[in-house]
Design a protein around this ligand. Sequence first.
Ligand SMILES: [Zn+2]
Length: 439
Amino acid sequence: MPAYVGVDHQGIIRYLSNTPHPDSPAIEAVQGYAIPGFQNAHSHAFQYAMAGLAEIHPEGKADDFWSWREAMYQCALLVGPEEAQAIATMLYAEMLRHGYTHVAEFHYIHHDKDGQPYSNLAEMGERMVLAAQSAGIKITLVPVFYQRGGFGLDPQPRQRRFISKTTDDYLRLLEASGKVIQSYPNASLGCSIHSLRAVNFADIARTLDLVPMALPFHIHVAEQQREVMDCLAFCGVRPMQWLLENLPVDDRFHLVHATHLDDKEISGIVANKANVVLCPSTEGNLGDGIFRMKEFAAMGGRWSIGTDSHIGLNPWEEFRMMDYRQRITTHHRNTFNGDAAKYLVNEEITTGRRAMGITDREFFAPGQPLDALVLDAHSPLLSATSLKHILSSTVYAGDPHLHAGTIVNGKWIVRKQEHIRLDEIRAEFASAMRRLSTR
Ligand SMILES: [Zn+2]
């Protein structure tokens, strides 16, 4: 059954029906299936510059998350504002091609290469917003409070671009970031503590008391086993346990990774209606561990996905990784009850929107912006498939070749795999990468 959609000049849906509007002729007929745009709830844009560069492993030398992190620190010291913007613009264009229409940028490169604040405190954050504007993706800028070099440790010189010394320093940065986003359409603000290892516990509690209640709150937690062990050694409790016992954990919380949870922690997250942000391709690439997805989903846990280090940008692949890790370890196929594809897509979009600070639960409805990924009804697989199996065929057997394009605010930003400004964005990215000469 066809859908008839009318949008105004801002791309807001004004008409949605299975019959045409009597007074307005159809302008464009699309042979496809629209689903709401995916929400990318966790991004460190600059890390796209090093995607795939940390995969050569010399014999006899151990390589894990912590050695990868050293490579990441080197990359973070190289990028100036121009490069950061060019990298993020290319990345965001690629996200759009893969069907994401909104990104939460978990942003912690705040200062210049010497560790001094820019005269505009939010200079680097503003570059992320400019990149999003230029690529045509919506952005929630999440400035990150990063203070320490590890549990009880001073920051390292190589972390100098990240550091807010005090809660007040962070609040000034947050305020400056808030002013920036007011100057741009399609931009909003979140707030964040990097992780328990990166901020004094007393300052974490104080920050949470002082940031505006309406902002979504993001934090990395329990990504690595060593992080859990370090936290235990430092304070006697596990990271997620500390959060549950010491902070008013609620539905504002978006817990990034939350990979290593015990029974009490997993039920505590669900009972407090907190959300988890899973980053399956990055978590796999970094050898983090396996999130207890099957149990969490059965308990009604809320989650979204993020592409984090951007080693993978394909949402279908993220869903499959989540499901297949469970199938491989449980030896059962039914990770989720009922229509798994429908569950995965719905949950990602619904909780992903909340990670962006969007409280409205409606999406394809009058008054809402038309943001959509359109699947190509003429693709060989989908054209031979009944409506009942369109989504499951796409989630389990699809890739971006099934995409007809991506629409943001009622406008095609990507069509047939090509971003409308691809040539310009690609040239700026190539020039930035030549200057960095890391690839
Ligand atoms: Zn992260």
